[in-house]
Design a protein around this ligand. Sequence first.
Ligand code: ZN
Length: 289
Amino acid sequence: MPELPEVETVRRQLEPLIRGRRISGFELAPGAERLLRGASAAELRDQLRDRRFERVDRRGKYLGLQLDDGRCCVVHLRMTGALHFRRSDHPEERFTRAVFQLADDHQLRFVDIRKFGTIDVVDQMADALPKLGPEPLSDEFDVAALWDALRGRTIALKAALLDQRSVAGIGNIYADEALFLARLHPEVPAGALRARERIALHAAIQTVLEEGVAHGGASFRDYTDTAGKAGEQQYYVRVFRRTEQPCDECNTPIRRTIVGGRATHWCPRCQHPRQKTRNLPHQSRPRSP
Ligand SMILES: [Zn+2]
């Protein structure tokens, strides 16, 4: 599932590609009605026709395609969604669910194997969003903001990180990676972190997300960017989906367990509950593809 680094990669690529372009049509594939949350395909076509894209915003895992009438087309990629920017004569991808036809012979295509993604046109982006925690790569996200989200909570730390109301944009990949980097056991109660551990976790969250953005996101399965290309962060992960492979720090085999219903990858030695938090080297090493 695309997480903050994957969605941010799409945002950065998409903005210069669609800015100023006029929308001349909108088509929904048969059976893709559930992508639309508020309106029918015909209503959306009316709302989008002759509008221009002004910029692309992101909040958590949501994209906000700002229109020139002040309204916003909010897109959530969910499990397997992707936005591909193509010339109109480029062969249509399998699983293309919706097409924004642009006036200059280009298309923005919403491709989604599972059909869990959503498209919504609203007055402002916030209207389409659930309650979300702070943006982890923004100035508002400091150690105090992280602790505000975790304090008093007895659920497993990993589960708390996956809760979008704690911190926006973290999913399974970057939660496992951040916990490893901070040397924290995934099942330690979220509200039990000591001051030193909060500082380490805050730094680790920002490090792994920035690294993910720098590598164009992670493509373990379906994620592709606006050109249909895979990201490279999967070659740099420390623990995620490295079950039974040796830990970079201590050679102990990486363990896989289920925490809060999600597969969780961690080092039983580096992330031992009694392990003292200390800063690991922040630079990750690429593995061979
Ligand atoms: Zn280790």
